[in-house]
Design a binder for this molecule. Structure first.
Ligand code: SAH
Ligand code: F3S
Length: 433
């Protein structure tokens, strides 16, 4: 039996793409291996969002090309494929295929003609979703892409180049995926998109379908107990969507809504044209709809021209919104982006110092929130056992990890857990009676 190896880097969309590719190869009678040296087909499913992510892919390729079987097919799919294009073949001559994020369904072409080289980095639209087989069994959390690409064109971001302009899938196709996931084991549905709350589908009759409608429909499926969505653009949090937090209890009280910076000047240069007042206003509306909601953010420090005063404003906004579960990054200049050409690029030692300061604040906020959860009982979803096998790992509605001692053989997948202790990274809990 032929074997394939797939390694996924980057975002949830990539994790989803990787699952679909694995399902396709399995349907062709291949078996997955976790050892590249043992594989007949080697696929790196890649992320290009920061230079470090791209470098990681090329160093992994450098290692694998020496270890692989001589006749194994090796290739990259995803955003680095689109970023590097034909240049990838020059850097790594052993590559057999380079397929962009919207053309990985062309993989059979190279499997059927292994003596050729295949380059396809077209922005081909959404056909990959229809051409790939479904997974047989869904994990407890099913990621369902509803739109791909982004029209926002933040000046630092390579995603509009690698994933293209926004395209939204038809509601009927999405709901078919949700039902399939629910029938094959999913308890939580996470709707995915680079600009997920920009989801907009206009049908033949001219009617517009939005994310709020998808949430309402998914909530009607009884096997679906939890719903969330990621990643959201602040000013696309429309009132119909905010209202879902008021009316739909299955929608988790947790939202990733990146602000990126607390400085109005930096936001302008990032081409994120919202005022801080507007952002805070949206947070307040969300809290009014769902008093227990918590918000997470992505932050970029050291954007070109960022002053100490700008950075202090980022520190202030983090404290003001009391973000939990956030991500922070040093600005990384990327090809195909405007910010890479801006003057006043910031030295790495300054970026590193700002990142350390912001991380310390974000960790403190996370610890405060985790501590505030002690004594509460929350409905949590089981992710499996920890390394020792003696404990189960649950996810709270706020995506915190909660470790629970395994008290009987078949613990429920969705359980009421009483939080008993907290630290910065995780919680401990016990089954509530
Ligand atoms: N909405 C998108 C975000 C893509 S990138 C999605 O979820 O698919 C994820 C995060 O990476 C961004 O929110 C931003 O904080 C960070 N990022 C993007 N480009 C970056 C760059 N050039 N340097 C540093 N961080 C970056
Ligand atoms: Fe990137 Fe900005 Fe879109 S971060 S994915 S261009 S909203």
């Amino acid at each position: 039996m032929k074997k394939f190896f797939i390694q996924t880097f980057g975002c949830q969309m990539n994790v989803y793409d990787g699952q679909r590719i694995a399902a396709m190869l399995t349907a062709r009678g291949m078996q997955e291996t976790h050892d590249a040296a043992d594989a007949d087909v080697i696929i790196l499913n890649t992320c290009a969002v920061r230079a470090k992510a791209t470098d990681k892919v090329f160093s992994a390729l450098g290692r694998i090309r020496r270890a692989k079987k001589p006749d194994a097919l090796m290739g990259i799919v995803g955003c680095v494929a689109r970023e590097a294009g034909a240049d990838a073949f020059r850097r790594i001559p052993e590559l057999n295929f380079v397929l962009g994020p919207q053309s990985y369904h062309k993989l059979p072409e190279i499997l059927n003609n292994p003596d050729t080289k295949l380059l396809n980095i077209d922005l081909g639209g959404l056909e990959k979703f229809d051409e790939m087989p479904q997974m047989d069994a869904s994990p407890a959390v099913a990621y369902i892409p509803i739109q791909e690409g982004c029209n926002h064109c933040c000046t630092y971001c390579i995603v509009p180049y690698t994933r293209g302009r926004e395209l939204s899938r038809a509601p009927a196709d999405i709901m078919a995926d949700v039902r399939h996931a629910a029938q094959t084991g999913a308890i939580e549905i996470c709707f995915l998109g680079q600009n997920v709350n920009g989801y907009k589908y206009i049908d033949q009759d001219g009617a517009t379908h939005r994310l709020s409608e998808l949430i309402a429909q998914a909530a009607k499926i009884s096997a679906v107990k939890r719903i969330r969505f990621t990643s959201s653009y602040p000013t696309e949090m429309t009132d119909d969507l905010i209202d879902m937090f008021r009316t739909e209890p299955k929608l988790l009280p947790f939202l990733n809504m990146p602000i990126q910076s607390g400085s109005a000047d930096v936001l302008t240069r990032m081409n994120r044209p919202y005022s801080l007042e507007l952002y805070i206003d949206i947070v307040d509306k969300l809290k009014a709809a769902r008093p227990d909601i918590q918000i997470s953010s992505d932050f970029i420090v050291g954007f070109p021209g960022e002053t100490d005063a700008d950075f202090e404003k980022t520190m202030d906004i983090a404290q003001r919104v009391k973000y939990i579960n956030s991500y922070s990054f040093k600005y990384s200049p990327r090809p195909h982006t405007a910010a890479a050409l801006m003057p006043d690029q910031i030295a790495d030692n300054i970026k590193a110092a700002r990142l350390a300061a912001l991380d310390a604040r974000l960790n403190e906020l996370q610890r405060e929130f985790n501590t505030s959860c002690v004594g509460r009982t929350m409905s949590c979803l089981c992710e499996g056992a920890d390394k020792t096998g003696q404990n189960l790992v649950y996810r709270t509605p706020y995506m915190q990890q909660c470790i629970v001692e395994r008290t009987n053989a078949d613990a429920p997948q969705l359980a009421e857990i009483k939080i008993t202790a907290a630290n910065k990274a995780s919680l401990r809990g016990e089954f509530a009676d």
